[in-house]
Design a protein around this ligand. Structure first.
Ligand SMILES: Cc1cc2nc3c(=O)[nH]c(=O)nc-3n(C[C@H](O)[C@H](O)[C@H](O)COP(=O)(O)OP(=O)(O)OC[C@H]3O[C@@H](n4cnc5c(N)ncnc54)[C@H](O)[C@@H]3O)c2cc1C
Length: 451
């Protein structure tokens, strides 16, 4: 399969370079040999590819930085990868209207830094912030560490420019602070995982910059005490800007990478932050007292931003620490906050029953955990058991009133469970909505609405 030479768009010809565009950060999703990569330079390139692909019924996979953990940015059916990293300009930062207009290829941290220079704040903060793109964040409705106070990407998207199959360029939403005219098509594209159109411009809301965050670290000898603390933090009038949890196995993984000062002999570590202007010191002292009352074994308060960053460094080291441990199925279930301890205990029980190691950590303030289930890549039986354990964790989360994915999306990894969460009739309605935008089914085929 090749793109016709009549297309004046830049393709990747070196097979080794191209192979790098055929995987993302998920387990198992790999493109076949015969796929092409277009690195779009501008709107015109995207329009041209989308017109041609629609005419020739060629699969198109929109792609950002390939940090997806669900296989959603891999050309599993071949066709064309349409990479939008090159559309990386920030055309507007408007302090009066509190908005920025950016290309989908702008890196999350790049946008944060650019608006910070104007005294503004772009809150969405996935742990992949240093390399993931705004286009990918919009397409997955990415969350992250500060959602407990600030919400997810979709809470900031005001308007989009999108190219549909066939090449039509559409605009959704509004630049104004308010606007309720018509259906919310912006909301429809947010989180649609590249299945409805290719995002070519994002207008996003900005906030005034908060204060540099201060951090509290608390260790717990029991999960129950940590759970009491999380519930108490959720009731705080001044909501923390971060509430992250690491279980014993997560602490051990982080400490194996380097000494981040976490005691290995505790059942759980909670990290809590405040960034409330002029009140960070007061807030972290109050959070520290609350954590102590909840039964924390030790509480450390960082009362300057440098120390605060040091306390958080262990949490930021979690992804590389877990990667260093070996192959794993990475979960993203989200349950009501009150069921968090049940989820952890259930997950630990499931892994033990299959003779596997599980590490539990994540965005506890949202009830969104990322259990990692490790397996031996050289042993097909171990991999099979890990997949079975993964299935059981998803099923348990659904039974607790949760969801199969809090922020990573459905992709290929979670597609088999979407009907279980939505029900067949709702899934049919969603397939009908997709068909409205993509009648020939060329965009990101074989995932999300899998059947
Ligand atoms: C170490 C690590 C930590 C992570 N932490 C978090 C976290 O805390 N929170 C979180 O939510 N996620 C997290 N992720 C997952 C991932 O970073 C996010 O899903 C991110 O939003 C993907 O952005 P990307 O640019 O890499 O997109 P890609 O992975 O390239 O694509 C992701 C999806 O977006 C679609 N897409 C990309 N660009 C466009 C476009 N222009 N138009 C239409 N569709 C498009 C793709 O088709 C695909 O469906 C993490 C990943 C890693 C590796």
């Amino acid at each position: 399969m090749t793109t016709p030479t009549s297309l004046a768009v830049p393709t990747v010809t070196d097979p080794d370079v191209r192979a790098g565009y055929g995987v993302d950060e998920s387990v198992g999703a790999v493109a076949p040999d015969d796929f092409e990569v277009v690195r779009a330079r501008d709107l015109g390139d995207v329009v041209e590819v989308m017109r041609w692909a629609h005419e020739t019924r060629t699969p198109v996979v929109p792609q950002g930085a390939r940090s997806s953990l669900t296989g959603s940015s891999v050309a599993i059916d071949g066709g064309v990868v349409l990479n939008t990293e090159g559309l990386d300009s920030i055309s507007t930062i408007d302090p009066l209207e509190g908005l920025a207009v950016v290309g989908p290829g702008v890196v999350n941290k790049g946008l944060k830094d650019a608006v910070a220079a104007e005294g503004l704040f772009y809150p969405p903060d996935p742990a992949s912030s240093a390399f993931c793109t705004i286009g990918g964040n919009v397409a997955t409705n990415a969350g992250g560490l500060c959602c407990v106070k600030y919400g997810v990407t979709g809470d900031y998207v005001r308007a989009l420019q999108v190219v549909l199959p066939g090449g039509e360029v559409v605009r959704t939403g509004h630049r104004t602070a308010k606007g309720v005219a018509g259906l919310d098509l912006t909301g429809l594209f947010v989180g649609s995982e590249g299945t409805l159109g290719v995002v070519t411009e994002v207008t996003t809301r900005l906030l005034p910059a908060p204060d540099p965050a201060l951090t509290v670290l608390a260790t717990f000898d029991s999960l129950d005490a940590a759970s009491v603390a999380i519930v108490a933090l959720r009731r705080e009038r001044h909501v923390p800007s971060l509430v992250e949890l690491l279980d014993r196995a997560a602490v051990s993984a982080v400490q194996s990478l380097a000494d981040y000062g976490f005691p290995r002999d505790c059942e759980a570590v909670l990290l809590v932050q405040s960034d409330r202007p002029d009140h960070t010191s007061e807030d972290v002292q109050r959070y520290a007292a609350l954590l102590t009352d909840a039964g924390a074994a030790e509480v450390a308060v960082a009362d300057d931003p440098t120390e605060a960053d040091l306390l958080l460094a262990g949490r930021r080291a979690l992804s590389p620490a877990l990667e260093a441990k070996g192959p794993r199925y990475l979960e993203d279930v989200c349950v009501p906050v009150g069921r968090l301890t049940d989820l952890i205990r259930t997950g630990q029980g499931i892994a033990a029953a299959h003779g596997l190691e599980i590490v539990m950590a994540g965005h506890a303030g949202d009830g969104n955990l990322h259990p990692s289930i490790f397996f031996d890549a050289a042993d097909p039986g171990s991999r099979r058991r890990a997949h079975q354990a993964f299935t059981e964790v998803v099923t348990a989360a659904l039974a607790m009133g949760g969801t199969i994915t809090g922020e990573h999306g459905v992709g290929t990894l979670k597609a088999p469970w979407l009907a279980q969460e939505l029900g067949e009739r709702e899934l049919e309605r969603q397939r009908a909505v997709k068909a409205l935008f993509d009648p020939r089914g060329i965009l990101n085929p074989g995932r999300v609405y899998w059947s």
